[in-house]
Design a protein around this ligand. Structure first.
Ligand code: NAD
Length: 264
């Protein structure tokens, strides 16, 4: 899985075709969409239009909450593949655990079937807390390849990251730039950016990469799409990393997975 990919949350179907096209041109090879984003069709169109060999691409999509359950997950997977216009996805994720619904184990068993058929090359989860992962690991056969969670310098998720490392699960960071709200204006981030003659977004993405996180920054602005992948030509030093480590304040931008139960 490429360590840096392109996310398309809150991008309309039409915009997704344009933005994913720009991202593929800029060199991204991993795209993160979801049934709930309602842009799998536009994403698939951009992928086909780019004309790249399928095996060079890494396409992730996610099962929405209302489709949890064994049979409904199988049907939802077929619909996602149809909308994407692909024969397989590289990674299929359960979008949220919905612990009160208590259906993620059955849902994941459907994912194991799709994996065994080769229609998903890997399966995993999103927004799972260690307690949910523990239960999956005990009650199913395939350890999730990935847990995609909210993670940025203001929400560093030490406990989840340590759990993932112990179990060989890749940590994928959503909202890696803190949704561009506030984080990129923090004086410590700006100072590190100035020191390296880089932008605050590039510094934050570099921090993720050096920590070992997979990142999927989103933008629909071509110059930012290119800026966000241009993060392999510099390195943060120990002082920079310590300065960024100090920004952790447990600040969630999204819902708490323990209580989030939207299933419509
Ligand atoms: P992000 O942290 O990637 O921030 C995106 C925003 O930051 C943009 O809309 C723009 O306003 C700003 N931005 C982007 N590049 C910039 C730059 N170079 N300079 C200045 N500002 C810049 O936030 P996100 O979109 O919430 O998260 C990224 C991806 O993660 C999503 O697109 C989606 O694929 C995924 N995601 C998953 C979940 C989940 O529940 N699994 C939830 C949210 C997001």
């Amino acid at each position: 899985m490429p360590q840096l990919g392109f996310g398309v949350w809150q991008v309309s179907d039409d915009e997704a075709t344009k933005a994913v096209g720009t991202a593929l041109e800029a060199g991204y090879r991993s795209i993160d969409t979801a049934a709930a984003y309602e842009n799998e069709k536009g994403t698939g169109e951009a992928i086909r239009a780019a004309g790249l060999p399928r095996e060079e691409l890494f396409v992730t999509t996610k099962l929405w909450n209302s489709e949890q359950g064994y049979d409904s997950a199988l049907r939802a997977f077929d619909s996602s593949l149809d909308r994407l216009g692909l024969d397989y996805v590289d990674l299929y994720l359960i979008h949220w655990p919905l612990p009160a619904k208590d259906a993620y184990v059955d849902t994941y068993k459907a994912f194991e079937k799709v994996l065994s058929e080769g229609r998903a090359k890997a399966i995993g989860v999103s927004n799972f807390l260690p307690e949910h992962l523990d239960r999956l690991i005990q009650e199913t056969s395939v350890v999730p390849a990935v847990n995609q969670i909210e993670l940025h310098p203001q929400l560093q998720q030490a406990e989840s990251r340590a759990f993932h490392a112990r179990h060989g699960i890749a940590t994928e960071a959503w909202s890696p730039l803190g949704q561009g709200k506030g984080l990129l204006d923090v004086p410590a981030v700006r100072a590190i950016a100035q020191k390296h003659d880089r932008t605050p977004a590039q510094v934050v993405l570099r921090w993720h990469l050096q920590l070992g996180n997979v990142v999927i920054p989103k933008s629909v602005t071509p110059s930012r799409i290119r800026e966000n992948i241009d993060v392999f030509g510099f390195e943060l030093d120990q002082d920079d990393l310590a300065g960024l480590a100090a920004l952790d304040e447990g600040k969630r931008l999204g819902p708490d997975p323990a209580t989030f139960d939207l299933d419509s």
